[in-house]
Design a protein around this ligand. Sequence first.
Ligand code: AMP
Length: 272
Amino acid sequence: MEIVRTVADLRKHIALWRKGEVRVGLVPTMGALHQGHMALVEAARAECDRIVASIFVNPKQFAPTEDLGSYPRREAADLDIPAVDEMYPPDFATLVRVSGLTGGLCGAHRSGHFDGVTTVVTKLLIQALPDVAYFGEKDYQQLTVVRRLARDLDLPVRIAGVPTVREPDGLALSSRNVYLSAEERRIAPNLARVLRSIAAVLAQDPNAVAQEIAHGSAALQQAGFAVEYLEIREAESLAVTSEVTASSRVFAAVRLGTTRLIDNMPIAPAAP
Ligand code: AMP
């Protein structure tokens, strides 16, 4: 593994690789690496000859009230983080915004978040010029938004989605799970459990959306979560669904104490 800390150095390496017939994969992360990130690296390894993994904690995707200051940084394990100025010089003035898809779900609750994501992902894609870039389904709205960004800007890259990696009890791996107290960690798997149960009911009864959202919200609250949103939406358009289709997914964001958790899963309706 080679470590680069500047865009110029990254480009030099990739230019050398490109002299051969190599496929380059990009795995953007914010460090604090876990097995979910490693699943992206494994997916890249299966398809690409060279992999660039970034570990930049992107300040632009955190709202002023959010956890940028306390976001888990494991610099020794993740390697030193690059200086923020390398990505954003003080007079940085450009914003990449995907409209529509970013209006609901997390976009409705995290002001400016997706503008920060799409700006940094555009930069990373242009810096690394990968053949394929890997994103986790754990952040499904992000995956959808990045796909649209790449299509709209004609970026010559395939955006690959990687299924969510979970703990044995169902909790989706996340860098933020380290914030959970022992009691919260015990409660946390109920998020996936409730989503799985909603998906199972809706797979059998595609018209029961309103009822399942009401039941699911109540179950989440009873488990100890504050519910930010619980919604059924279409995978590609993120349009709100009142009747489940083959591409519907259930999406949720909750708070457990001060920790925000998100999760989502597909709903596969039973074949008629
Ligand atoms: P993050 O470091 O949290 O910004 O995540 C970097 C990438 O890893 C994103 O594409 C995430 O969707 C992905 N990722 C995070 N957690 C998981 C997980 N449990 N399973 C699969 N991918 C994940």
